[in-house]
Design a protein around this ligand. Structure first.
Ligand code: NI
Length: 175
């Protein structure tokens, strides 16, 4: 089932999410709903707090080629255990901050460990778009958004535009 995506600014997007204790069918259902919501948006990553669920869960699929098979990933309690010295710059966006983009510098490669949908611990290095995406999504679990990496002026500007966007949206819903 497709979920509503929360838009910045929202206090739920600033919270530190709680670790998942064990993987239940309910959690697997939420992960599937998140993948459906992400693909529909469309986006390449989604973190649980973006649908108002404050637990450590992210989903991703950074396959860009139109004709390639989807490669959905679901991660519970994802954690960066090592980062490369080398950095990379990507123009990032976020489903919670639609139509706003900014360049963010992050470690080029990261090693992440997580628990998969079967409850098994996994560990893998990520590079390129996958690396940017997994770092961006893990940030969400710590109440951090990509705009927290940019200058205060640009951040305030984006936040003001988002406030206006949300006011217009709620006005439309009232009509
Ligand atoms: Ni995001």
């Amino acid at each position: 089932m497709k979920k509503m995506i929360l838009f910045h600014p929202d206090p739920r997007l600033k919270k530190i999410c709680a670790p998942v204790t064990f993987i239940t069918d309910d959690l697997r259902k939420i992960a599937n709903d998140m993948l459906e919501t992400m693909y529909e948006a469309p986006g390449i990553g989604l973190a649980a707090p973006q649908i108002g669920f404050l637990q450590r869960l992210i989903v991703m699929d950074c396959v860009k080629e139109e004709d390639a098979d989807p490669a959905p990933m679901v991660m519970f309690n994802p954690e960066i255990i090592e980062s490369s010295q080398e950095t990379a710059v990507y123009e990032e966006g976020c489903l919670s901050i639609p139509n706003h983009y900014a360049e963010v510098t992050r470690p080029k490669e990261v090693e992440v460990k997580w628990i998969d949908t079967e409850g098994v611990e996994q560990k893998q290095w990520f590079d390129g778009l996958w690396s940017t995406c997994v770092q961006h999504e893990i940030d969400h679990l710590n109440g951090k958004l990509f705009i927290d990496y940019i200058g205060v002026m640009k951040r305030q500007l984006i936040t003001r535009k988002m406030q206006k966007f949300k006011r217009e949206l709620s006005r439309k819903e009232e009509d």
